[in-house]
Design a protein around this ligand. Structure first.
Ligand SMILES: Cc1cc2nc3c(=O)[nH]c(=O)nc-3n(C[C@H](O)[C@H](O)[C@H](O)COP(=O)(O)O)c2cc1C
Length: 234
């Protein structure tokens, strides 16, 4: 069997999407993330706080590694590591990152991107102190850094076995979040997007309810009159 055939034989999207959420989508992505990671843990996802952090170096070359989410507050998604690490050097050169979570049992993934700020020294020291003795062995407080990813875009992806995946996207607009929804049809490449009316519920595709705004492209103008079903190569 070729490597390609063997890889294709590995099942994917084998989890089960949770049923419809009784609660409306929150206005803040942090709240939806908190809801989703708890549901992932409840569904048996191991180490649901593990994520892939992507950064770029001074030459613009990307890098990525696995790490642990340390905290989530209105100040951002917190992660930590040694000041001597590659990510520390890369964040020093370009203070921006992306953080990806994938929770197979619930067919959910979350993508977070934005700028990165270093937490105050006492918070880095507190994070180091909270590690196990083995994990902090040999690390002086000044050598350990807690960073916060201040998101400007957060995407919540709900996979579906029929390949009609749903995305909820939060984009920061000044002090507020704008939320949009999209349904991707992986089989046809079709993608339908609607923009939510401020903080109210959201709808998908052509089936917008009365009072909803016309569908728009994720990056398009609100005045777009194009069909809600638009082919993309995404
Ligand atoms: C499950 C798991 C959790 C990890 N957690 C962290 C972490 O919280 N912080 C960290 O610096 N490295 C963590 N690592 C190690 C990193 O993936 C990586 O090997 C190390 O940080 C070096 O990355 P860098 O040189 O690009 O900074 C973890 C690795 C795994 C597999």
């Amino acid at each position: 069997m070729t490597m390609a055939a063997w890889l294709r034989s590995i099942p994917s999207l084998t989890g089960t999407a949770p049923g419809p959420d009784a609660d409306p989508l929150p206005t803040e992505p942090e709240e939806l993330f908190a809801r989703w990671i708890r549901q992932a843990v409840d569904a048996g996802v191991p180490e649901a706080h593990g994520a892939t952090l992507a950064t770029v170096d001074a030459d613009g070359i990307p890098d990525a590694r696995t790490l642990i989410l340390k905290d989530l507050t209105p100040d951002g998604w917190a992660f930590a590591g040694p000041r001597t690490s590659a990510k520390a050097a890369q964040l020093g050169a370009q203070a921006a990152a992306a953080l990806n979570f994938w929770w197979p049992a619930v067919l959910r993934a979350v993508r977070v991107r934005g700028r990165v700020v270093e937490a105050p020294a006492e918070e880095s020291a507190a994070d180091l102190a909270a590690r196990s003795p083995a994990a902090r062995d040999g690390i002086a407080p000044g050598e350990w850094v807690l960073w916060r990813l201040v998101a400007d875009r957060v995407e919540f992806w709900q996979g579906s076995p029929d390949r009609k995946h749903l995305r909820t996207i939060y984009r920061r607009e000044g002090p507020h979040w704008r939320r949009s929804g999209a349904q991707d049809d992986e089989r046809t490449g079709e993608r339908a997007i609607t923009r939510s009316p401020r903080s109210a519920g959201w709808t998908i595709g052509a089936a917008t309810s009365a009072g909803s705004p016309p569908p728009v492209h994720e990056t398009g103008a609100a005045s777009s009159t194009r069909s809600s079903r638009c082919s993309t190569s995404a």
